[in-house]
Design a protein around this ligand. Sequence first.
Ligand SMILES: [Zn+2]
Length: 271
Amino acid sequence: MPELPEVETVCRGLSKNIIGLTIKKLIVYNNKLRYSIPNDLRKKVLHSKIKAIIRRGKYGLIMLSNDKIIIFHLGMTGIFKIAFKDTEKVKHDHLMIEFDQNVWLTYNDVRKFGYIELTQKPFDIFNLKNLGYEPFMSSYYSDFLFYKIRKRTGTIKDILLDQKFICGIGNIYASEILFAANIIPFKKGINIKKHEFFKLLKEIENILRIAIRQGGSSIKNYANPDNELGYFQTRFQVYNREGLSCYNCKSLIARVKQSGRSSFFCIKCQT
Ligand SMILES: [Zn+2]
């Protein structure tokens, strides 16, 4: 499932390929994604130019020259494909945009949990308005975040997944971050010590930066817009390594279900 590093990779890949281009044609093959693709999308974006592309949490924002913004969320299996010649529609292609200069962009999503929205004010949209701090900004607010976390009775794993606290972290990187910070996933927010929390913030940045550098993970069918698969998955320390030995201490990596999702951890390295 794409998390911050994958979405960042997608945004960078899209920026490299479509900024400055004009939308010539847009076809919605299927609008039944998590939320329906707006009926007037084509009408509202046609002939506009791509000005900038940014990421916020796990959302991508494509800014257009007519001041409208296309917002995308990749859900579980959403991918963008870039082509430099007209290509055949394949299964699970839901949207195709043709640009000038012979560039085609297709959104493909097998499980259809992703979505595409159009807005003028992205922060009015429910999901964006309620997003917490960006991970790379959170160290500026470390004292405030620590004050907040000390009031939380939920587990640190659930707090990391809470997009209203710090945004962009999902199940994979939460396990990796907690391992790097030597914190057991079921420790309660209220019990986190200040030095642990500061280390956690540092590891959030570290782990996400490494993942972005490596092009995002290639778990399931995730691909960046150049169709280059990432390779961070081969370097996971704990994620999906249940029963294998910890690279650090040789103990076995354990897996438990937490709020319905798997947490991977080393009982010796994480306390
Ligand atoms: Zn260990």
